[in-house]
Design a protein around this ligand. Structure first.
Ligand code: NI
Length: 272
């Protein structure tokens, strides 16, 4: 990519160490999510923004087919609704050495009661364009994952632009992480649309969590969450790192028939 060398040369060196209080840990255990006021420096947010924009401009994920729009059929034509790219750290390994990454790993290890070095990380970036970025329906992240494995994981979600109710900040159902994975379906009943939606969610108890750029919200892989459409005049860029403890083999796989549909639809994609 054209600007890669310049971007890497300009990497900021600022440091910020975030540690959780006992009250933070208690809040996460009770509700399944935890806002973090600030997780990285202003300089790093600006630098990450350059990488982010470069990757979306080039439609470059870290794996074959790792760039697609979450909200419409794979490889369909049309304006962006909610483009996502997977594993950006495979394109820019420097993303594994950021302040955001280090703080996220430390926070995740504390919340999961794990050795930080044992946590597997995978990044993804989700962009809601100004004025027409779609909603992401209510779901649990674990609904997307291998039903043969049992997971303990947290996502550390950081907006690069202020995330407000109007621009599509995350919303949560407090305490939902204590339930199992609910039945899900593909949005619109179309398996070629990647986004999943939980079959039945009562949003009456939902809590919206607006976050400034460079803040973060951490959530458990079974916490029900949602983000609304972007009705603001600004792009809403978000970058998540998902930290997973080593998953355990289940004696009996969970029943997640929607994943079979995902696999078939993905296999039919034309990926070069
Ligand atoms: Ni999610």
């Amino acid at each position: 990519m054209g600007n890669t060398t310049n971007i890497l040369r300009d990497r900021p060196l600022g440091e910020l160490d975030v540690d959780l209080s006992t009250e933070d840990v208690r809040m996460f255990e009770e509700h399944g999510y935890l806002p973090i006021e600030r997780i990285t420096t202003e300089d790093e947010i600006a630098w990450l923004g350059r990488i982010y924009d470069e990757l979306f401009q080039e439609k470059q994920g870290g794996t074959p087919g790792g760039y697609f729009d979450l909200s419409r059929p794979y490889d369909s034509e049309g304006p962006n609704q909610q483009p996502q790219l997977l594993l950006p750290e495979k394109v820019f390994p420097a993303l594994l050495e950021t302040c955001f990454q280090r703080n996220g790993r430390r926070i995740a290890a504390r919340l999961l009661g794990e050795d930080p070095d044992r946590l597997h990380v995978g990044g993804h970036m989700i962009l809601k364009p100004a004025r027409h970025g779609s909603e992401l329906p209510w779901h649990q992240d674990e609904a997307y994952w291998d039903p043969g494995l049992a997971y303990e994981a947290v996502g550390v979600w950081m907006p690069l632009d202020e995330a407000t109710l109007e621009s599509g900040c995350l919303q949560f159902i407090p305490g939902s992480h204590r339930a199992d994975v609910l039945p899900h379906h593909h949005v619109g009943g179309d398996p070629t649309v990647h986004a999943l939606e939980a079959d039945e969610v009562d949003p009456d108890t939902a809590v919206a969590v607006p976050i400034a750029a460079g803040g973060a919200v951490v959530h458990h892989c079974r916490t029900l969450h949602y983000s609304g459409p972007n009705r603001s005049g600004n792009v809403r860029r978000a970058y998540t790192n998902e930290f997973q403890a080593p998953p355990q083999q289940r004696t009996c796989p969970a029943y997640r028939p929607w994943l079979e549909q995902t696999r078939e639809a993905w296999a039919r994609r034309s990926i070069s």
